[in-house]
Write a new protein. Structure first.
Length: 300
């Protein structure tokens, strides 16, 4: 027994470390890192395009850290609010809360700490305007978009406002202002969300309906209306990106990127298959960084 006790203690120690790593991983999943990557990209674009002084890496880093904290807190609190319904959908049933790996109290405290820390961080190390915009994004997402997902498909329209806010947070972080140019960038991200998120809604329509989410209109059983929406917003997005008139190369690049996205939108308009919806989803993920890069190069 004496000889086995060190081995037993080592096993216990390894088991404790394993549980701690697993719990840390679950907390990390609550922050939705895949969504945060997109948020950091659009915040960075807003910061760079909003610069009116020489670039300072520390300023960008502080803006990204504060935004990431608030975004992570928002994602965590969103999952806390939707934990019961997430358990009814196949794609979310294995998340930390519906699966029971984390408790509701743990998630709520974690989300609140992240959110408050992010707001304070932005106010202290960036500026108050960026902090106000970040907290406004959190409140509108949690108090307007999240509850409306179970009531009306209009939630997609209202949710596009907080979804596009990272561009303004980045712009405000760089210049402590929200200008007409900032609102143009905001409008691009606002319009982009419709083909992106409506494609997701089509892909997981049955799953959403099983949980009681009203992401698509009930009258649109064949999804023809939604697919028409996608084409409309894609064209509106392409036209909007051309408005600055940044010269031939700028316009050509935007038309090429827009044509790429429109191709997948039109393909989905002819077929409501999940394959077509998935194709548009992936096309939108490619399209956005290309458009932001063209804007950044045009500014340079």
């Amino acid at each position: 027994m004496k000889e086995s006790s060190p081995a037993f203690a080592e096993q216990q120690h390894a088991s404790i470390i394993g549980r701690l790593i697993a719990k840390a991983r679950d907390y990390y999943v609550l922050t939705k890192p895949e969504v945060n990557l997109l948020i950091l990209m659009t915040t960075s674009a807003g910061y760079y395009l909003g610069l009116r002084e020489p670039f300072h890496f520390t300023g960008l880093l502080n803006t990204l850290i504060g935004t990431l904290l608030v975004a992570s807190g928002t994602a965590t609190l969103n999952q806390w609010m939707e934990r019961v319904w997430d358990g009814k959908m196949r794609r979310t049933a294995r998340r930390p809360l519906p699966s029971g790996r984390l408790s509701a109290v743990e998630a709520f405290v974690f989300g609140m700490l992240l959110s408050v820390a992010g707001g304070v961080y932005l106010a202290a190390l960036v500026n108050r305007l960026s902090a106000v915009l970040a907290i406004s994004t959190l409140l509108s997402y949690l108090l307007i978009y999240t509850p409306l997902k179970r009531r009306t498909p209009v939630c997609t329209l209202l949710g596009a406002f907080p979804g596009a806010m990272p561009t303004l947070i980045g712009w405000a972080g760089a210049s402590n202002a929200v200008t007409q140019q900032a609102l143009f960038l905001f409008s691009v991200l606002f319009l982009w969300q419709f083909p992106h998120f409506l494609a997701i809604a089509l892909m997981y329509r049955e799953d959403y309906e099983r949980a009681g989410y009203r992401m698509l209109p009930h009258f649109d059983e064949d999804s023809r209306f939604t697919r028409g929406e996608i084409v409309f917003f894609t064209i509106a997005l392409i036209v909007t990106t051309l408005l600055p008139g940044g010269g031939f190369l700028y316009s050509a690049a935007m038309l090429l990127a827009g044509g790429f996205l429109l191709f997948y939108s039109l393909r989905l308009s002819k077929s409501s298959s999940k394959v077509s919806a998935s194709g548009l989803l992936h096309a939108s993920v490619i399209y956005l960084p290309v458009v932001l890069a063209v804007m950044a190069l045009a500014r340079r």
